[in-house]
Design a protein around this ligand. Structure first.
Ligand SMILES: Nc1ncnc2c1ncn2[C@@H]1O[C@H](COP(=O)(O)OP(=O)(O)O)[C@@H](O)[C@H]1O
Ligand SMILES: [Mg+2]
Length: 231
């Protein structure tokens, strides 16, 4: 479904990603593990057209999408949950969802009512302003907002960062349910246990380079590999 091929990405003059390649098959949850500053967000931004790579290619369902803009990718069925959530603080939860609807993909399975069934906590906060939500609630709203676009594939940037353990379990459960609906996921995380419990295959990134890739079993059992790659 998604194929990243030997990309090099820069932030201004700084060379951030070196020769990063990864592959995600339809229906899989693939993780990109790495410590803080390893290059996870840069990889997701490279896919989403927010930090287009200077070299290398990105293909979505066979089509070269390298450097396409985020709104074009959303129309093609790519959802993005940024690490900083970008909730509209002055809009209510309901309004945050409504403005995320994608007219080009309106016939998909998600709409506000279905998302409120899926995340009952959000329904209770329908009229609350986004800025008044806790960090964890904002994470869930950010996921729901991405689903409003009815994506086939979603980029999730550190959904568990800074949230309470109970909520981490809740999010894990939701990601597994989304996988059962056929959604394909690239999950960038530092939380090894959470991430490997959900994934079908994994990559570890360090210093802007893919340090290792392997099965979930290998990444779970081989502490040495994880240590070498800084996670
Ligand atoms: N705006 C920026 N300008 C220059 N360098 C940046 C900027 N943001 C992040 N970096 C650097 O890019 C590297 C990769 O960062 P990032 O992809 O955000 O890592 P991660 O998401 O894995 O924590 C880090 O070394 C970080 O210091
Ligand atoms: Mg990051």
């Amino acid at each position: 479904m998604l194929e990243i091929n030997e990309i090099h990405t820069y932030y201004g003059q700084s060379h951030i990603l070196f020769d990063v390649s990864l592959k995600i098959k339809k229906g899989q949850v693939v993780c990109l593990l790495g410590r803080n500053g390893a290059g996870k967000t840069a990889t997701l931004k490279s896919v989403m057209g927010l930090a287009p790579p200077k070299r290398g290619t990105i293909r979505f369902k066979g089509e070269d999408i390298t450097g396409r803009q985020a709104y074009q990718l959303a129309r093609k069925g790519i959802g993005y949950v940024p690490d900083d959530r970008r909730i509209f603080a002055d809009l209510t939860v309901g309004e945050n969802l409504e403005i995320a609807a994608n007219k080009k993909r309106a016939d998909g399975e998600w709409n506000k009512a279905r998302l409120y069934d899926f995340f009952p906590a959000l329904e209770k906060m329908d009229t609350r302003k986004g800025g008044l939500l806790s960090g964890g609630e904002q994470k869930i709203l950010a996921i729901a907002r991405a689903l409003m676009g009815n994506p086939e594939f979603i980029l999730l940037d550190e959904p568990t960062e800074g949230i309470a353990p109970l909520l981490v379990d809740h999010i894990a459960e939701k990601i597994l349910k989304l996988k059962q609906t056929g959604l394909t996921v690239l999950l960038a995380e530092q939380n090894v246990k959470f991430t490997l419990s959900l994934s079908d295959y994994g990559y570890i990134i360090d210093n802007g380079r893919i340090c290792h890739q392997g099965s979930v079993q290998e990444l779970t059992e081989d502490e040495e590999i994880r240590k070498t790659c800084g996670i």
